[in-house]
Design a protein around this ligand. Structure first.
Ligand code: AP5
Ligand code: MG
Length: 208
């Protein structure tokens, strides 16, 4: 199954994609994760995008489309993939349609208030990338990853100014994609404001 996860920052796209990837055994492709890895490794791409991402603005379409096109040309995507955080503009959606046909688009809905609570409490493992939340999905030992013992950190763009900007950018550039895909009959809506197990149960129901 080839699917796109749509939804505002903090809707739980990454959390749900990580669980669904195990369930379906297909790759989870997050453009945000790819950019953060490039920043961490100080590659040419990472240097180019760091300031944009820290502010919560969008990386230009040409850069983003090129990297997704390359990733989707790899063999492990032939039977399916979970695209998380791409497309995010109508230009990206049009470009994707030229090189891959998706089976469905999952639209995660959640209130702005909940987004702010989730993002300000998010913690990630420096080593394996596993995501936690100080209140909702806490690690067993504060500041330490349950899976690998790595140190947990807060994303630079999870500061309040950047969260607000990301919400505005989402409303301006990404939300219009909901009607774009609805008109094609591809959208399935999921209430992402519930607890993670309930959201995942609905997600499984919808894709089956
Ligand atoms: P990206 O990494 O995609 O960030 P985002 O869309 O802002 O989404 P988030 O990762 O913040 O949220 P999420 O929905 O994955 O939620 P999560 O599961 O982590 O993009 C980062 C930046 O990269 C962009 O701002 C942009 O600059 C650039 N970029 C990326 N893609 C791009 C593109 N296509 N074009 C241009 N630029 C691009 O959950 C959030 C928190 O909530 C966690 O703590 C989690 O534990 C918790 N949580 C999850 N689910 C629940 C639940 N059900 N109940 C309670 N807590 C929950
Ligand atoms: Mg994410």
């Amino acid at each position: 199954m080839k699917m796109i996860l749509l939804g505002p920052p903090g809707a739980g796209k990454g959390t749900m994609a990580a669980r669904m990837k195990e369930e379906l055994n297909i790759p989870h492709i997050s453009t945000g994760d790819i950019f953060r890895a490039a920043i961490k490794n100080q590659t040419e791409l990472g240097v180019k995008v760091k300031a944009i991402i820290d502010r919560g603005d969008l990386v230009p379409d040409d850069l983003t489309v090129a990297l997704v096109k390359e990733r989707l040309s790899e063999d492990d995507t032939k039977t399916g993939y979970i695209l998380d955080g791409f497309p995010r503009t109508s230009g990206q959606a049009d470009a994707l349609a030229e090189f891959s046909a998706v089976d469905g688009v999952i639209n995660f809905t959640v209130s702005e208030e909940e987004v702010v609570r989730r993002l300000s409490g998010r913690r990630l493992c420096k080593e394996c990338g596993t995501g936690y939340h100080v209140e909702f999905i806490p690690p067993k030992k504060e500041g330490i990853c349950d899976k690998c013992g790595g140190e947990l950190y807060t994303r630079d763009d999870d500061q309040i100014d950047s969260i607000k900007n990301r919400l505005n950018v989402y409303a301006d550039s990404t939300e219009p994609l909901i009607s774009y895909y609805r008109e094609k009959g591809l959208i399935r809506d999921i209430d992402a404001g519930q607890n993670p197990d309930d959201v995942f149960a609905n997600f499984k129901k919808v894709i089956s």
